[in-house]
Design a binder for this molecule. Structure first.
Ligand SMILES: [Zn+2]
Length: 206
């Protein structure tokens, strides 16, 4: 059985297994009633639906997990400017609600929260704010050409990264929204069918 099933999905599948076993004993003794055959067909369809839905749920959630790891914050110790002695010790949200990693530098024995976020959702507004800042700096009149060129290249690079990241994040959000909707629909179907099967079970046991 699929490990990713929800509680009520498992319960309904258990009930279906019960009816299947009943059908087997029946066919050995007598002809299976037509009504019962129909019930078994509905059961088969529902179990198939549950499994297909569970597979797509698993896929969407695992893609989201991958997306979480997509963004690397490239953190460095603010004192030694290196990353090799960093240990991730937690996360913290800033005043804008962007989540960043908190590190300890084992060499310098300090802890710090890295300014760039640790996830793609917060990374988008963060990079946008950095781009806006650099654009402001690049407009200054007293800049030499090399600095100005450097700013322009940085802005182009960041904008191109944003263009790649945005559709991935948007697609994932759409997938999750669809999944939540479908989860709700499935839960209703499963709940109703479970009730129905439980009533049928009581009838059989009478
Ligand atoms: Zn350090």
């Amino acid at each position: 059985m699929n490990q990713e099933l929800k509680q009520e999905e498992r319960e309904v599948i258990k009930l279906v297994v019960f009816f299947k076993k009943k059908a087997e004993t029946w066919s050995a003794e007598t002809e299976i009633p037509q009504e019962f055959k129909q019930l078994m067909e509905t059961c088969d369809k529902l179990v198939e639906q549950i499994n297909i839905h569970a597979q797509s749920r698993e896929l969407i959630l695992s893609e989201r997990e991958l997306l979480k790891k997509l963004v690397k914050d490239n953190a460095q110790c603010p004192r030694c400017n290196k990353n090799e002695n960093l240990k991730l010790i937690g996360t913290e949200k800033n005043e804008k609600d962007w989540q960043s990693n908190k590190y300890k530098c084992r060499k310098c024995n300090i802890t710090f929260v890295w300014n760039a976020p640790n996830n793609p959702w917060d990374m988008i507004p963060y990079v946008e704010s950095v781009v806006a800042e650099i654009e402001k700096k690049a407009e200054a009149n007293d800049l030499d050409d090399a600095t100005k060129q450097h700013f322009i290249e940085s802005i182009a690079q960041m904008k191109s990264n944003l263009e790649k990241l945005k559709p991935v994040v948007e697609n994932s959000a759409a997938d999750i929204a669809n999944l939540e909707l479908r989860d709700k629909e499935m839960a209703e179907i499963v709940h109703k069918f479970k009730k129905h099967l439980m009533i049928e079970k009581i009838k059989l046991e009478d």
